[in-house]
Design a protein around this ligand. Sequence first.
Ligand SMILES: O=C(O)CCC(=O)C(=O)O
Length: 283
Amino acid sequence: MTASTLFPPDAAAAYERDGAICLRGAFSADWVELACQGIERNIAQPSPLFRNLGTPDGGFLSDMWGRRYIPEFERFCMESPAAAIAAQALRSNPVRLVQDTWFNKLPGASARTPWHHDTAVAGPFCSIWVALDPTPRNASLEFVAGSHRWGGTLMPRSYFSGDGDAAERFYTEFHGDAGREESGFGQVPDIEADRGAYDIIGWQLEPGDCVLFDARTLHGAPGNHLERPLRRFVTRWITEESVLSPHGRDVIGALAAAGLHADLEVGKPIRGPLFPVITVTPR
Ligand SMILES: O=C(O)CCC(=O)C(=O)O
């Protein structure tokens, strides 16, 4: 499948307007299988960044930047259609992989992934969230359409209340409060309390379908009420113009604590081997 059939012109317009689109069948069964094998290997060999964000009723597992030592992830990141999709979304070739990560919401993990947006990067920044299991609409990542154009930096609600479960705390800690004065800092509205007031979009997904989203589009996901795990593999992409945002300052510390070298500075382009550049060959 070529990049152009993966991402037709009407999808490009929807991506600009809504900040999130669904691309059906973007990843073949072989890519899905490879990502699942990578997750198994990663669970057996967790990095210092491995987390269980779950509630006592079920796990919500995740790790980040596994590509460095998980060969399945390295191949997925370098050879799957992900880079071509990112190149079209960001209108840039080459593109730079800023993070690979995965989530496995185990049966019974009732807590939502809290509504948040991703604030570590300023400038072009998108994520490709690939469903690895059949995912009904009521368990799938969902978005507030158009919220990528709201501006400012919105923090999960637990940041202000000091409570929240492990997933809320993770999003709070990961984004931190560095640079709050510089970035139009505010609170994510209580979307769950008034869902009808927002244009919430999301899709039922089969393995290999993906959602492509501007990282600034507010997103969150319901708990897993099924009797099987719900796995997703996510790659995040930037361009040579993207810079580390003031909130990205906290990522520098998190990477250093995990023993990962990254030559990062707020306001400066993101470079170095942890964030490889990929040139997409037109097909
Ligand atoms: O899959 C999830 O529950 C969370 C995904 C997410 O927040 C992200 O990829 O930015």
